[in-house]
Structure formats: C-alpha cells, structure tokens
Design a protein around this ligand. Structure first.
Ligand SMILES: [Zn+2]
Length: 451
C-alpha cells in the first residue's frame, strides 16, 4: 500500500515547508509538492500540524536485562513513542550482564524480543580488560562503544584509564565506530570530595554536590580524549557535556579536524544550579547541573555548532534510590528520567530563545542518527529513510503531570513544568504507534545493526 502524509509544515532536509511524503513499504519513497498527492494513495492530511522526523535518542539507559525493576524495554520504548522518539540507542552499563561481549549483547537482544515499541540499538561497552571483545561486538552490529573515565555507579562496569583507552582505540582504529566517553576524571572529583569532607560539608546542600564535581574534572578528561582521538584518528564522542569551560578546547580541536563530537542533555539546557533546592536529589546527575551562566553558554555553543546534539541520558532508578527523604546528594542515585518529555521541554526552551524548528531536527534527530551510523535511514524525512514521523503541535500549552510519564516509575524532575508543544501522533515505519495519550497496535520496533 502506498500512503501519503501531508501537511503545510513538513520538516525535510530542505527546511520547513508544505509537502507530501509518499510512503511505501515503511520507507519514504518520494517527497512531493503539497498538492501532488496521487489520487490512488491513502492520504493522511495533518493540516497545519508539523511533521517532524522521528527523533533519535542516542543516550538512554533501558536497564534490561537484569535491572528491569529500574526500567525496561516495554516502558522505555512506550515513553519514547509518546515523546516522538522512534530510535533509541541503549547504554551498555546498567543491564546485567553489562554489554561488554557478544554473549551479553545476545542476552539484551533476547530481553528486547517482542517488547520494543520503537527501533533500538545497543552500544557496546569498553571496560578494563575487554579489548579482545571489541571487534567481535563490532562484527555483531553494535554502532559504537561507551566507556567511563570515572566510577560509573555500576561496579560491574569498570572505568578505564589512559592505558585501557589506548588498548581499546588500537582495536577500534579503522572500524569507523565511535568511542563514547563519560568525560570526568576521577582525580579532581576525589580531591574536591576529600576537601569537602575535611571541612564537614553538608551533603544535603546542592552547592556541596556541585563543588564535588568541578569543571576541571570534565575539562581535563576532554583534553585527554581529544589527544587520543587525534593520535589514533578514531572518532571520540563526549557524552553529556555539562561544563561550558570545555567548549574552547573542543572548538579548537574540531577546528583542526580532530574527530571529536559532543552532546549535551536536555536537563543541562533547562535547569540551573541556582534554582535547585537543597535536598532535591531527584535532580542528581553526573556531571552536575551547573549555574545559569553555564547553561546559557551551552545554548550559545549549540547555536554556534560547537555542540552537535541534544539527548536525554534517560537514567531512572527505583524511587527509593533517589534518597529524597534523606536528601543527601552523595548517597542518591545519579540519573534523570526524561524519555518522552525531551521534545516539548527542549522546544519550549528553544522557542523562548528564538530558535527555529529546523534546528531541533538537526540536534535531536539527524545528528544522533549520524553518530550511530544511521544517517539517511533514521532522523530525516528524505527519500530512502524509514517513514518514522512525528505529528507535532508546536503551540499547544500544557503542564507535565504524572499521567504523562510512560516510563516505569512515575518520577521525574520535569513534573509540573509548563511546556509549549505536544506530540499528537507518532508513526514508525509508516504505521501509527501512538496517538493522543494512547498506544496503537503492538510492539513492532526492530533492532538496528550498523552495516
Ligand atoms: Zn548516561
């Protein structure tokens, strides 16, 4: 069956304009003028609503298998569908077994079977001692690898130092697969924490937590990663950049052609340290949310093309682990649940700053698709791409309530946020999977492997 999707606002690589998308066998077969929908097609006319490419979130923690009491494929992918995200790339650390060899990847595939409402892929993990497992994982289809330069919070996912990184990069060189890195060095964090404890700092205060994860931890880690990306000519991707102080280093390296890319998170662009109450450990994440001036510097860097993409780093846990009764930042689990909310939150913040929707398509769809090796196939409304389509009302105003949370635990730092922009429908491979707070059909998501 040939379908047509028509609106006066379709976001294609050429910009936002009236268009008709012809969809055949789940893929976009043609991008036509608005008036040119062929008469024999099944026409879906969306009027003036915006048609966006299905978003790609290349940084989520699904936690299954092994920690499905934290999150899981069914709930995470439903949250994604409700938020206009049609491709997820799962991080390798919170599942058991951690995705550090092919057997573990196969366990994840088995766990996902029949549960994924959107398409997904799995990053492989680089940990101390698994360099020999990297090429087999690459051959098994992972789109790249993730590592930590500091304790990850998960004892089974060992962090790596420069020597370990060199072993991994020697394997990855020439594969074209990126190494994603949590860029905080342990030295500055340990030193700051010892200083704070020596001064009997109050761990209920946000300022204590912020001081314990200084900018220098990020800046020093990024300097090391830039050096290695250059030396090994292997792409390194900085995940969840928080510190704007690292931006000059990154811009300089990128200007010299060093293969380094960088993402930031919706929560770093939305919240600021000044507004975080003491004890509000629901907002704990690492690196931490910094001050408002830092946040605005991140926005400037996005505008200047110095940050490539915006993701959620959706990382939920059972509510008790957030330690909200105790309110101690040193004991709470670090991670913010944002899957399903990222598009309206980010769009609200963009609109306030005068950004256009075209940029959203680049930052939340095309760029993360490129990172994962799915350019042209995901994150774009262009001929040959999967017909993953989001119907978006950019003007609808609403307030985030628990009923909008489709992830496992109804806990999110965005509760109560007043937002602009709402996902009306989500389509995957030309089939509708979500409409106005309801899911349609069954879990039809597929695993994406890098070819
Ligand atoms: Zn993460």
């Amino acid at each position: 069956m040939i379908q047509a999707f028509r609106s006066t606002h379709v976001l294609t690589p050429n910009g936002l304009a009236p268009a008709t998308l012809l969809v055949e066998n789940g893929r976009i077969a043609a991008v036509l003028e608005w008036a040119d929908a062929p008469p024999e097609t099944a026409l879906n006319d969306f009027g003036d609503l915006v048609l966006l490419p299905g978003l790609v979130d290349s940084h989520v923690h699904i936690n299954e298998p092994g920690r499905s009491e934290w999150e899981g494929f069914a709930t995470a992918t439903q949250a994604a569908a409700a938020g206009g995200v049609t491709t997820l790339v799962d991080m390798p650390l919170n599942c058991i077994p951690e995705t550090t060899d092919v057997n573990a990847l196969n366990a994840k595939r088995a766990a996902a079977h029949g549960k994924a409402w959107v398409d997904w892929a799995a990053w492989g993990g680089v940990v101390r001692g698994n360099a020999g497992a990297l090429l087999p994982l690459a051959r098994a289809g992972v789109p790249g690898f993730k590592c930590f330069l500091i304790h990850s919070g998960i004892d089974g996912f060992a962090w790596v130092d420069e020597a370990d990184l060199r072993l991994a990069l020697a394997k990855l060189r020439g594969t074209g697969l990126p190494l994603l890195a949590h860029a905080e060095l342990t030295g500055p964090v340990d030193a700051a924490t010892a200083r704070l404890n020596g001064a009997n700092a109050d761990w209920r205060r946000y300022s204590t937590y912020l001081a314990s994860r200084p900018d220098a931890a990020e800046v020093d880690a990024i300097a090391l990663l830039i050096r290695l990306a250059e030396e090994y000519s292997t792409p390194i991707h900085i995940v969840h950049l928080s510190s704007a102080k690292a931006l000059p280093l990154l811009a300089e390296a990128r200007g010299r052609g060093v293969p380094v890319t960088v993402e930031t998170c919706v929560h770093y662009l939305w919240f600021d340290a000044e507004a975080i109450p003491d004890g509000a450990t629901g907002l704990k994440c690492a690196p931490p949310i910094r001050d408002a001036a830092n946040r605005e510097a991140l926005w400037d860097a996005l505008a200047a093309g110095e940050i490539d993409m915006v993701i959620t780093d959706h990382s939920p846990c059972p509510p008790a682990m957030k330690g909200r009764d105790e309110g101690r930042w040193d004991r709470a689990w670090g991670g913010i649940a944002g899957l399903g909310l990222a598009l309206p939150v980010f769009w609200t913040a963009m609109a306030r700053r005068g950004f256009k929707l075209e940029k959203l398509g680049e930052w939340m769809a095309a760029a993360p698709a490129r990172l994962a090796g799915f350019a042209g196939r995901k994150g774009t409304l262009a001929v040959g791409a999967d017909a993953d389509i989001v119907v978006f009302d950019p003007d609808a105003e609403w307030t985030v309530a628990e009923k909008h949370f489709h992830f496992r635990h109804k806990l999110s730092a965005y509760l109560g946020a007043k937002l602009q922009g709402r996902v009306e429908e989500t389509w995957l491979h030309g089939e509708q999977i979500y409409a106005a707070d309801g899911f349609i059909g069954t879990a039809r998501g597929r695993e994406l492997v890098r070819q």
